[in-house]
Design a protein around this ligand. Structure first.
Ligand code: SF4
Length: 61
């Protein structure tokens, strides 16, 4: 799995709460990728992508 955050994050914190291994806040108070998903992160990453209120989390399987 590969994951990216496109421009437009509003900093709601949802993805950081769901999967802090992969998503962290950067200096601009927007989410960024901390590390590539490990196998155990894949379900939470999919959940974050489906729930992001602005739809900027892109997942490639
Ligand atoms: S869920 Fe979406 S809007 Fe919220 S912090 Fe993560 S990338 Fe940004």
């Amino acid at each position: 799995m590969r994951v990216a955050i496109l421009p437009g994050c509003i900093g709601c914190g949802l993805c950081v709460n769901i999967c802090p291994h992969v998503f962290q806040f950067g200096p601009e108070e927007t989410a960024q990728i901390a590390q590539s998903p490990h196998p155990q992160d894949e379900d939470p990453v999919r959940d974050a992508a489906s729930q992001c209120p602005v739809g900027v989390i892109k997942v490639e399987e």
